[in-house]
Write a protein that binds this ligand. Structure first.
Ligand code: DGJ
Length: 741
């Protein structure tokens, strides 16, 4: 983007005198002035340039496509002709509150002596090459008056054009300093207009997008829910510059905070029409008392920038997530048969033994036993009791989980299990024994979300208990093959009997959760785990670092899922998206299955109730899926037709060597004559290769409307495309596109 940065009062003379990298210090009046130094942080296509001004304040002067000549970042400052920035720090790399700042700060502190001011000045910077692709730039800033320091970190994944940015805050004052705000990242952009695409939702309505131009002032995206923090709004969003970016065109930043608790993202169009972006933990009710020498490390804010639209940006983020973030992102995944919607809490050993046989019959890899297997004094027969009592319910499972694991083995499938270890029903032995482990106000009436309360994970004893739930399961059943980790409740009445400082609770809760997950992953590094939170109430990279996959929504109506999965996919890769075929909707089984295949396929229906043809179709579908899942899981995703604007949605996955593509096409309109009128242009193929296009995953007894031996050049498929012949009679069509050698 065309970047112009705000003028620093009284500095123009130095800028005009052509700035060099040379740290040539000299005196000017009473101030030590220096020729500006520019710190350039580059990825494959992009750059961030930070200027260390003569007054030692660090400002962001460039964010965009990188310049061919690195020395030319020096020329950016003098080109600025915007109106006055009275503070001189509107573009601060990390805006401190209480000194000269006039706008939203990135950091706000109360010093040990009660003073509310902070100023941050440059001390040093360094860049380390961590490996061939990853570098880490750090910048040390210090307050000239107080012994207070902030380190800014920029971890650059060059090939993906992805940056993770965070800060580490520290002081050596004699007494504690209170951090009132502590952002992870503070960015600054200059453009003609800014377009925010944000998401809102609720249970079964995750990832509802809204896109609008940002106007002057501050727009805040935030959560104060504590746990299940994304229920109303996730910490993922995009900002386009100049105009709302399209799939393949336009300048766009995709960002997401890697934090599973309260977050706050400030987007402020400032008085000189630049955009200030501040992302971090929500400071709401979270003033943090920092001891001398203690380090406060903020979670990373991850972002990618592209000048080629949202599609390109999302492929960057997806690739990064597979390579660096989610567990085993380049490995295989297991297909699941889950019993939540088919039995709810109503099951017993013979019923489960039959479901294990059905798992084999269907052809999925793992049977996942959901909620309801535990609790004796207070059996978990509905969601009102038993949560917290992680012993097998003797009436339902007289021979325990061990028997089921063995039965699974006998059927050559794996056994997986549901847990919700962070939560407790008041009607439980755990609550009776350890009321002090529960987050609740001592002097107020209890208030419940799904009849349950949240355990106090800031308490190391509770952390030990939560770790023990999983550790016991694995120790007793080493062959346990899958875990679904659920989290259904928000935090009401936030109060901890453990915390000395109540305003630490929200933050220490999340840290406690991560420390449990860290311990688990150290001991069980590869076991597949699904991140679930009453649907998609917790889908963020802070947690996904410990998981192989996530549950996007309890809403498994395929029509709804097309939209939900479409939006999640901008931020998270298909390999991590658990999509189950259920009886939530009456849509034909083929439509439901085709939608679930666009990610990680699973089932949650009563196999024995499928009619012969539907069963045959599902069995074949799993085999078909196994044939192409590698492309969906590890390939690049291209969105061809948006369900928001067309009668149909079309999504393509392309193997990285361009030898194979899978194209999913779904009818999303029931208007008269709705369907694919024109060919759909494919993307990313090699124009010089020849490809055979054929329809796959046909329902038994049906024939494809596509000629099955047609060969096209990549050039043709990109420029003209292929018509999948989608209509009311063929509401979903999957095409396989194979290179012909
Ligand atoms: C909420 C989850 O989203 C569901 O899939 C299921 O596991 C229930 N919890 C069980 O209580």
């Amino acid at each position: 983007m065309q970047f112009q940065y705000p003028k620093a009062v009284g500095l123009n003379i130095f800028k005009k005198a052509q700035m060099l990298f040379l740290p040539a210090f000299f005196w000017c009046g009473t101030q030590v002035m220096a020729q500006a130094k520019v710190i350039v942080i580059e990825s494959l296509h992009n750059a961030i340039a930070l200027e260390v001004r003569a007054d030692k304040r660090v400002g962001l002067i460039y964010f965009g496509t990188k310049l061919a000549d690195r020395n030319e970042y020096q020329k950016i400052s003098p080109a600025r002709r915007q109106s006055e920035d009275y503070s001189g720090i509107l573009n601060s790399a990390y805006t401190p509150a209480g000194s000269r700042n006039l706008v939203e700060p990135a950091i706000e502190v109360t010093q040990a002596d009660g003073n509310n001011s902070l100023d941050l000045q440059y001390v040093s910077d360094q860049t380390q090459q961590l490996d061939r692709h990853v570098s880490l730039t750090s910048i040390v800033l210090k307050d000239p008056v107080y012994a207070f320091q902030v380190m800014l970190y920029y971890k650059v994944y060059a090939d993906d054009d992805v940056v993770e940015q965070w800060s580490v805050i520290k002081h050596t004052e004699k007494k504690n300093v209170t951090l009132q705000k502590f952002a992870s990242a503070n960015l600054y952009f200059s453009s003609n207009s800014y377009w925010l695409k944000q998401y809102h939702g609720d249970w079964a309505r995750e990832m509802q997008p809204q896109e609008a131009e940002l106007t002057a002032g501050i727009k805040v995206l935030d959560s104060k829910l504590g746990t299940r923090a994304d229920l109303y709004q996730p910490p993922s969003f995009m900002v386009s510059f100049d105009q709302a970016a399209s799939e393949d065109e336009g300048k766009v930043l995709l960002g997401s905070l890697e934090w599973s608790g309260n977050f706050k993202i400030d987007l402020e169009v400032d008085p000189i029409k630049n955009l200030r972006l501040i992302a971090g933990i929500n400071p709401y009710a979270s003033a943090y008392s920092l001891k001398p020498n203690e380090e406060f490390k903020t979670p990373a804010f991850v972002y990618t920038y592209s000048e080629h639209g949202k599609g390109n940006a999302s492929r960057n983020l997806q690739r990064w997530a597979r390579d660096y973030k989610i567990v085993d992102g380049n490995g295989p995944r297991l297909t699941i048969l889950n019993n939540w919607e088919s039995t709810y809490f109503d099951f017993n050993e013979p019923k489960l033994a039959a479901l294990l046989k059905d798992t084999k019959k269907l052809g999925t890899d793992v049977f996942l036993l959901d909620d309801g297997w535990f609790g004796n004094k207070y059996p978990r027969n509905d969601d009102r009791a038993g949560l917290g009592d992680w012993q097998e319910n003797k009436a339902k499972l007289p021979n325990g989980i061990g028997y089921l694991v063995k039965e699974a083995q006998a059927n050559s499938v794996k056994f997986g299990i549901w847990v919700e270890p962070e939560m407790v029903n008041p009607k439980s032995e755990l609550y009776e024994k350890h009321p002090d482990w529960v987050i609740k106000q001592p002097n107020r009436e209890e208030y419940y979300f799904r009849n349950q309360l949240v355990l106090d994970l800031s308490n190391p004893k509770v952390q030990g208990f939560v770790f023990g739930i999983l550790d016991n399961l694995f120790t007793k059943n080493p062959k346990l093959g899958f875990v679904k980790w659920d989290c259904n409740s928000v935090i009401y009445n936030a109060y901890s009997t453990y915390e000395k400082n109540q305003s630490h609770l929200y933050i220490d809760y999340v840290k406690g959760l991560y420390s449990v997950l860290e311990r688990l992953r150290a001991k069980y590094p590869k076991v597949p785990m699904m991140l679930c939170s009453g649907g998609g109430g917790r889908v963020d990279y802070g947690a996904l670092k410990y998981f192989t996959e996530y549950w996007p929504s309890d809403n498994t109506d395929p029509l709804e899922r097309i939209f939900i999965q479409w939006e999640y996919s901008y931020f998270f890769p298909a390999i991590a998206s658990d999509n189950h075929v259920t009886d939530w909707s009456k849509a034909p089984i083929k439509f439901r299955t085709d939608v679930a295949m666009m990610g990680k396929l699973g089932f949650d229906l009563i196999v024995s109730k499928l009619n012969e043809k539907d069963l045959q179709f599902c069995q074949q579908a799993i085999q078909t899926y196994q044939g192409f899942s590698d492309v969906v899981w590890h390939g690049d995703q291209y969105r061809l037709l948006s369900p928001w604007k067309n009668d149909l949605a079309s999504i393509q996955y392309l193997k990285t060597d361009k030898s194979k593509a899978i194209v999913f096409n779904y009818l999303v309109s029931n208007r008269y004559d709705a369907g694919s009128k024109l060919p759909i242009q494919l993307k990313g193929l090699d124009a010089n290769k020849n490809y055979l296009v054929k329809e796959v995953n046909l329902y038994p007894g049906t024939r494809s409307a596509i000629q099955d031996d047609a060969v096209f050049t990549g050039d043709y498929l990109i420029k003209v495309g292929i018509n999948p012949v989608v209509n009311a009679g063929r509401a979903s069509v999957i095409l396989e596109v194979d290179e012909v050698r």
